[in-house]
Design a protein around this ligand. Structure first.
Ligand SMILES: Cc1cc2nc3c(=O)[nH]c(=O)nc-3n(C[C@H](O)[C@H](O)[C@H](O)COP(=O)(O)OP(=O)(O)OC[C@H]3O[C@@H](n4cnc5c(N)ncnc54)[C@H](O)[C@@H]3O)c2cc1C
Length: 418
């Protein structure tokens, strides 16, 4: 049997979704040689709501993609429905801008991956999972990549692991996902509609199953501007209070309720998936490796968005690459500094929502009466984590105080990244 061939690169990126492709682009911009490998071939689908918040658009703009994506569809904000009321919440003016979008993941991910392929300094391999690793004192010495032409041994200075929710390669490095913390289960489908240019994305916070039982989650309709909407629903779960719900059945019921209003065609491409959330994983770094995106559970617990955090962590990780730097302590610290407080507070709030009686009790207050509009606008802003350090208004100050207080109370260990 012939010995595996050997490749050498400054940076190996495992996983070519938004996080991995963005990491490859950022690292190449720094003049580093990059090998980007993905188990799948592009274009490939990823079960997702396809929604791009202003936060995600900001990162895409930094990579040079903004206009291309916004030309297909622009969203002005969120329309929230439930408990007998409706509230419109425009994207707030923030450092991220106030424009959102949506794009099918088959298109978005292929756009990013193909851009990486065309970038000087980046080599890509598709259909090529990273399957094994050789470690010395926690440091990655080489990685085995199974390519269609046989196994290759990759020697690399730094490894960025962006292999998604189940993170099979991350597990080889010791990544542990803590499902005692809140996580999401969700399903999505596509439906044809004459209203795919609707400028607002819609969320139904009162989500009931066929028997009328309130579910700890929400339904969404995200117009795509291409004659279709992405329709889906998600529920929050923990090992102590698992969401006892079949998300595909719930989605079919939800689509049925919305069908007449949106003139929806039949659901196609129905798929479900899990969402890690709020940094509930440990084992995110070693001397020369870092986990980013879903692999590091960088998903907002209050709305399930993770594309933005995938893109942001890609940039942060690429900036840290330096063969002299030990990342074991530095990378978890960077994650905690950027997201620790907000994720811990959001995860705590999401955990409260898994109590079956909470939402039906407080929901009507949020949607009816004179307080409904400002309250829901605030909720939408907090759900989107669109509060920045520069914001000085009352809501931003209250959010920062609550998040900082909880963080101090529970200690940085509660964030789990280590
Ligand atoms: C139903 C649902 C709805 C969602 N809706 C939204 C939304 O509307 N907006 C939003 O921002 N987020 C949403 N999210 C979250 C979002 O999908 C993720 O946060 C995002 O895909 C994370 O990107 P990533 O690059 O980290 O991982 P992924 O996009 O999952 O990419 C991981 C890549 O790694 C590859 N891979 C895996 N193992 C290996 C290996 N061993 N070797 C090489 N490659 C490997 C995979 O093939 C894949 O291409 C949703 C999630 C779900 C489940």
């Amino acid at each position: 049997m012939s010995a595996p061939r050997v490749d050498s690169t400054d940076v190996l990126v495992v996983g070519g979704g938004p996080a991995g492709a963005a990491a490859a682009l950022h690292a190449a911009r720094r003049g580093l040689s990059v090998l980007l490998v993905d188990a799948a071939r592009f274009p490939r689908d990823k079960t997702c709501g396809d929604g791009l918040t202003p936060r995600a658009m900001h990162q895409l703009q930094l990579l040079g993609f903004g206009p291309e994506i916004a030309a297909g569809y622009r969203s002005r904000g969120l329309k929230l429905h439930g408990f007998g009321g409706d509230v419109t919440a425009p994207w707030p003016k923030s450092a991220f801008g106030s424009e959102g979008s949506a794009m099918r993941r088959t298109r978005l991910d292929a756009l990013l991956f193909e851009t990486a392929r065309a970038t000087d300094g980046v080599t890509v391999r598709e259909g090529s999972p990273a399957v094994d690793v050789s470690l010395r004192h926690g440091r990655v010495e080489s990685v085995t990549v199974s390519t269609p032409d046989g196994d290759r041994t990759v020697r690399c200075g730094t490894v960025i692991v962006a292999d998604g929710v189940r993170s099979p390669f991350g597990k080889l490095l010791g990544r542990v996902w803590h499902r005692t913390e809140v996580y999401g289960i969700a399903a999505r489908a596509y439906c044809a509609t004459p209203f795919s240019g609707e400028e607002w994305i819609h969320s139904h916070l009162e989500l009931r199953d066929r028997e009328g039982r309130a579910q700890p989650g929400y339904g969404w309709i995200f117009p795509l501007g291409d004659g279709h909407v992405n329709i889906g629903c998600g529920a929050l779960s923990t090992t102590a209070r698992p969401a006892k719900v079949n998300t595909k059945k719930l989605l079919s019921h939800y689509a049925g309720l919305r069908r007449a209003e949106w003139s929806l065609g039949p659901e196609t491409d129905v798929a479900s998936a899990l969402l890690p959330m709020g940094g509930a994983v440990s084992g995110v770094a070693g001397p020369n490796w870092m986990l980013i995106g879903d692999a590091a559970a960088c998903v907002n617990p209050l709305n399930g968005e993770g594309i933005d955090y995938g893109l942001e962590t890609a940039r942060l990780a690429a900036e840290l690459i330096d063969p002299r730097r030990d990342l074991t302590v530095v990378w978890p610290r960077v994650l905690r500094e950027n997201y620790g407080e907000a994720f811990l507070l959001a995860r705590t709030a999401a955990r409260l929502l898994t109590h079956p009686r909470l939402l039906p009790a407080v929901g009507p207050f949020g949607f009816r009466g004179p307080q409904a509009a400002p309250l829901m606008r605030t909720t939408a802003r907090l759900m989107g984590n669109l509060v920045t350090d520069g914001d000085r208004d009352v809501v931003a100050r209250a959010w920062r105080t609550a998040a900082g207080g909880l963080y101090r109370l529970r200690g940085s260990g509660a964030v789990l990244w280590a």
